[in-house]
Ligand binder design. Structure first.
Ligand SMILES: Nc1ncnc2c1ncn2[C@@H]1O[C@H](COP(=O)(O)OP(=O)(O)OP(=O)(O)O)[C@@H](O)[C@H]1O
Ligand SMILES: [Mg+2]
Length: 393
């Protein structure tokens, strides 16, 4: 017979253990009691005989034969009594043993049921909870106290459920955010096309330019989303090798210089006096720094300054971008690396920003073994963005 239920298996194993031990007790007592009894009996008989022979020695010569005959008769009587006594004793012993075995079996039955139930009930509740999670109810948890393996399993189960819930929330949030981000330019393009068709909007260069700008923003957003999904799933291929920090800073400065000139913001590069090399994918390092310097330029008004500095720490290189611009208030600081997070949504969007740049930067830095963070004294006090990458040993 194949038993498929754990509770039944546990119950039967408990019960069998108890029955087998009781059987062993029964068999052991059955075999050892007669020999033990015989030993004690012969010991008693020896004592009796010794008492009788001492009595016979004390009597006179005439009474010797009689005394011996009487003695033998008493001995025969005594043996008969002893075997009768042994028979009675064995019967009462068997009866007591039988009652004890029945009582112990009932207790064993009750204890086995209790124990097997208490072992199986947490597993049952975990099975139920996992079934509900599979149905999409991610708020499901298992309540278990204690410190044994089952409680540890329940703790890991709850952790898994919490993570699934987080991933599900993020997925929902992402779909909502993406839909929202796509809707704004699409509504504009659709509205403009309708306006043009109805003749409400003039077919001017400016109208076409605006439609083109919105389409451009859409394609920028789609590219960013694709990049984000690549870096988040760690599918981005990284070609890690020794990279010269001066080369990276120089490339970014050259690329953005004309935008700085156009906005009349000064770009200062503060390189270390000795050459500093770090381990990274050069293209990705340039991408991260371009993102930070581009942001700094966006948020720094005319006549401001953006300074890029390279410092060497014990085991890492620190590249920081300091600006004298808008600054970031403390409650926003913690969230600016979240995807789609923008301090001033409408202004950022008007500038073409979708709030993904810093999220991509953070994933890229972390994928290369570094850290990234932002500091700011507050509004209008400028900000500093710093990232680290491992030094070449
Ligand atoms: N140097 C800075 N000074 C002030 N605020 C900043 C600075 N850099 C980033 N921020 C804030 O952080 C937000 C997120 O930046 P992030 O680069 O992720 O998005 P974005 O620049 O708006 O869009 P994009 O995805 O095109 O980069 C910005 O919208 C801005 O509010
Ligand atoms: Mg940006």
């Amino acid at each position: 017979m194949k038993i498929s239920r754990l509770g039944m298996k546990l119950f039967i194993s408990y019960f069998l253990i108890i029955l087998i031990s009781m059987g062993a007790v029964w068999i052991a007592t059955r075999f050892t009691t007669p020999t033990a009894y015989q030993r004690h009996l012969s010991f008693m008989e020896q004592n009796l005989e010794m008492g009788n022979s001492a009595g016979a020695g004390q009597g006179n010569g005439n009474g010797a034969g009689m005394g011996q005959g009487n003695g033998l008769g008493r001995q025969g009587q005594g043996n008969g009594m002893m075997s009768q006594f042994y028979q009675d004793y064995q019967n009462s012993f068997n009866e007591a043993l039988l009652i004890a075995v029945i009582a112990a079996s009932i207790v064993a039955l009750a204890v086995s049921v209790l124990f097997s139930r208490s072992m199986v009930s947490p597993i049952r509740s975990m099975t139920k909870a996992s079934g509900r999670i599979a149905e999409g109810r991610y708020d499901e948890r298992v309540e278990l106290n204690g410190n044994d393996e089952l409680s540890q399993l329940a703790t890991s189960f709850n952790q898994m459920a919490r993570q699934l819930e987080q991933v599900e929330n993020m997925r929902r949030q992402l779909i909502g955010d993406v839909a929202h981000e796509l809707r704004t330019p699409l509504t504009f393009i659709k509205g403009s096309a309708e306006g043009l068709m109805d003749g409400v909007l003039p077919a001017s260069d400016e109208t076409y330019q605006q439609i083109h700008n919105e389409a451009e923003r859409l394609s920028h957003l789609v590219d960013d989303l694709q990049e984000l999904s690549r870096v988040e799933s760690r599918a981005a291929q990284l070609d890690i090798r020794a990279v010269d920090s001066a080369a990276v800073v120089g490339t970014v400065a050259r690329r953005l210089q004309h935008q700085f000139d156009a906005k009349r913001v000064t770009l200062v590069t503060n390189l270390s006096s000795v050459p500093v090399s770090f381990l990274a994918d050069e293209g990705r390092a340039i991408q991260i720094l371009t993102n930070l310097v581009g942001n700094a330029l966006q948020h720094t008004p005319e006549d401001g300054t953006v300074t890029v500095s390279v410092m060497q720490d014990r085991s890492e290189v620190r590249i920081s971008v300091r600006d004298t611009g808008e600054g970031i208030e403390a409650d926003h600081l913690a969230r600016i690396f979240d995807r789609f997070y923008r301090v001033d949504k409408s202004r950022s969007r008007a500038r073409g920003g979708s709030g993904i740049g810093l999220t991509i930067a953070r994933h890229l830095v972390e994928a290369q073994g570094g850290r990234i963070w932002a500091e700011s004294e507050g509004k209008q006090k400028g900000s500093v963005f710093t990232f680290t990458l491992p030094l070449v040993k």
